[in-house]
Design a protein around this ligand. Sequence first.
Ligand code: SAH
Length: 258
Amino acid sequence: MPIQPASRHVVPVALVGAGPGGADLLTIRALRLIESADVVIHDRLVSDDILTLAPAQAHVIAAGKQGFGPATPQDAINALITGHARTGARVVRLKGGDPVLFGRLEEEVAALEAAGIAYEIVPGVSAASAAAAAIGQSLTSRGRNSGIRLLTGHDMQGFADHDWRALARPGEVAALYMAKRAARYVQGRLMMHGAAPDTPVTLVENAARPDERILATTLADWPPALNEAGLTGPALTFLGLAPRAARSRISQTIQELA
Ligand code: SAH
């Protein structure tokens, strides 16, 4: 059976996952959409080598939010997307990782629906998948953890609240996005709910990028270890998941050399 023809802007707007790092982790569908875009509106996580795939004449616009830092208001981003789509331009809204995870996808979809503009969503490789690959681990494993929680470290109200009691149970595994600044808060909540101090905590900074770094620590040592490591890039934090032993030794050596 022939392979389905690639989707090349059959609809005015594509909400596209750029993956966690370089262009080689884009999907082919994402690549084709970027290559045929008139306007690319991207967030700050999208790497330069991906943006250079847009046609030279395409309009490439940075519009994103940064943790607690500077932000383009969501309404302004929505207006950018719908405004360009109304001119007949083929718009790619490019988001780091997978747009269906912590990407404010629903807000943009709602704006498109309100404006009567058709759209498609193209999934991407999320940071949790890339970070798991980096530490040589599976996100789920028979007999270890039959599920995983994907959580945010902070939300619009500040540090995000979660089911700490459930998270503190032995064997629980969670992937925390946007959690660098929440380390002490999450540590406090988990300890309060009886989590073991030696619960593994693993951070992967810049997963799937050339400057990827792994920090393997424990719940007890997490905040000071994080302080000392001075991570500046985006980082994914695993609770209850340690790097495979060999990987851990490699990263320790790297840290000792650094
Ligand atoms: N939609 C994205 C997540 C956006 S929220 C996805 O699916 O990956 C932004 C957070 O994602 C960052 O604060 C960080 O926790 C995580 N993140 C994104 N890219 C990352 C990378 N290359 N390495 C580690 N964490 C990353």
